[in-house]
Design a binder for this molecule. Sequence first.
Ligand SMILES: [Zn+2]
Length: 173
Amino acid sequence: MTVRPILIYPEPRLKKVSRSVDVVNDELKKLASDMLDTMYDAPGVGLAAPQVGVLKRLIVLDCVKEEGAAPQPMVLFNPKVVWESEEKNVYEEGCLSIPEQYAEVERPAEVTVQWTDIEGAQHEATFDKLWATCVQHEIDHLDGKLFIDYLKPLKRQMITRRMVKVKRERARE
Ligand SMILES: [Zn+2]
């Protein structure tokens, strides 16, 4: 098991657009496996490669939250939303790169996503409920977008100030 350090906002690499993956090689398989370890360790329901400092289009998810339910790890290379519902859903979102800050974000309630799996096979599936929110949140990371970018400027600035303080305190430890 390898847990990689998670970048904490504000951090320039979290604002960059990640590059597509051409071939899922051993290095990328290892990265995906490390990202799952890192996500479960945090714990979180999703993680994007830029959050561990790798600017490649790769996300991992497991939105099974019920106690005792079997885990459902998913690895998505080059995930792309190809359809979204008109119906919206509001969830209180958080982010492993913005620890302990939460806010309600409205997103399409359902999305259809295409991606390449760890064996290089193509998939398409429709996500709903928490899975829909989570997959959209993680794909946003690949475009340098964070959930706080959906908030009103005042709220976003408040969270940013808090995070600057948290980072300063952590650096001193
Ligand atoms: Zn996030």
